[in-house]
Design a binder for this molecule. Structure first.
Ligand code: GLY
Length: 343
């Protein structure tokens, strides 16, 4: 296990690279820790949960809601969990988002840590401290920013990951490359998912590079006042179509990135749209979908990046260079209607 300490705001987050699930017993005491996972992860790794007090929730974004929060709190109370309890989320982004949220409100806040089991969660969702739940069609409308005490990374957990989840993970990796790392996009263009699945060292290196990239951005701007907003590239329209069109997060973000790149082409002169589409295709990610512009626009109006009559959109100037770019709601509505016809 290789340990790296990141200071984010006034909190300390310990990232354990090259670790194994079994190392959890060195980080947590079974008498005070409670594991939180979903049914899929629990079924795939049942023996690992033996002897740990465990709360198992339903899998899927549709369960990232108040009903599940209520269920978890009920179970914590049933275990008589007190303020010494350490809640450990083991799973994908839904599990870790809800773990961080419940831990932040239960008894006004208890300690928490994460063991991400999906690629997307290893390189993105488990990092940064944003925790929360959805509210109807509105993604992450309710939540907080509090950092986990630790993140334990066991890459062998990816061995049981369905192919679609690899694709979702690569969507966020491509996003990181688009906003901050042109060399990484050039490298990604030369490979496919199966190359990373077949080469553990290459996969480890890619995960590490993305963890460092994201945490560097978060360390500089933990509460998203400035540059951290760039990590939302592809997520403004992406989030709106994710729940409205019932798409997986990575796929929705891939389409969101293409649409943001098209807006970039008109607003900033970005001229690498075709390259972005080619890389997304390499990783089996979609570049378009049918959607109803009017419905997407209604969801966008409640986007957290809205400020009065404008939304702070993330556009690309070129690969590796993103910028915050206010777009008027009326202009955005116009773009959405023209994209609807193109799909
Ligand atoms: N939990 C995801 C983030 O903070 O960006």
């Amino acid at each position: 296990m290789e340990l790296k300490v990141f200071r984010i705001a006034r909190q300390q987050v310990v990232y354990y690279f090259d670790a194994a699930f079994a190392d959890l017993s060195q980080l947590a005491d079974k008498s005070t820790a409670i594991l939180l996972t979903d049914k899929n992860v629990f079924e795939a790794h049942k023996s690992k949960f033996k002897d740990w007090r465990t709360i198992v929730i339903e899998p899927g974004e549709q369960h990232k809601n108040f009903d599940t929060v209520r269920y978890i709190i009920d179970r914590l109370a049933g275990y008589e969990a007190d303020r010494n309890c350490l809640l450990i989320g083991i799973g994908g982004g839904v599990v870790t988002d809800i773990t961080g949220f419940v831990a932040s409100i239960y008894m006004r806040g208890i300690r928490f840590g994460f063991v991400p089991t999906s690629l997307l969660n290893m390189v993105d969702a488990s990092l940064g401290g944003k925790n929360g739940i959805d509210f109807g069609l509105y993604k992450n409308l309710v939540g907080c920013i509090t950092q986990p005490e630790f993140i334990l990374q066991d890459v062998s957990l990816l061995n049981t990951l369905p192919e679609e989840e690899w694709e979702n993970g690569f969507s966020e990796i491509i996003k990181h490359a688009c906003i901050k790392d042109k060399a990484m996009l050039d490298e990604l263009a030369r490979y496919e998912i199966k190359d990373f699945q077949a080469n553990q060292a290459m996969l480890d290196e890619l995960i590490r590079r993305n963890v460092f990239l994201k945490l560097k951005v978060v360390q500089k701007d933990p509460f998203e006042a400035r540059d951290r907003k760039l990590l939302n590239f592809g997520h403004t329209i992406g989030h709106a179509i994710e729940n409205s069109c019932g798409l997986a997060h990575g796929k929705a973000v891939a389409i969101g990135m293409v649409l943001a790149a098209k807006i970039s082409a008109r607003e900033t002169g970005f001229d690498e749209l075709e390259k972005l589409k080619t890389v997304l295709n390499n990783y089996n990610l979609p570049t378009s979908t049918r959607f109803e512009a009017a419905q997407i626009f209604e969801v966008l109006k409640l986007d957290k990046k809205r400020s009065g009559e404008q939304i702070n959109f993330i556009l690309l100037q070129k690969t590796g260079k993103a910028l915050i770019y206010p777009i008027g709601l009326a202009e955005l509505q116009h773009y959405l209607h023209s994209f609807e016809k193109e799909q």
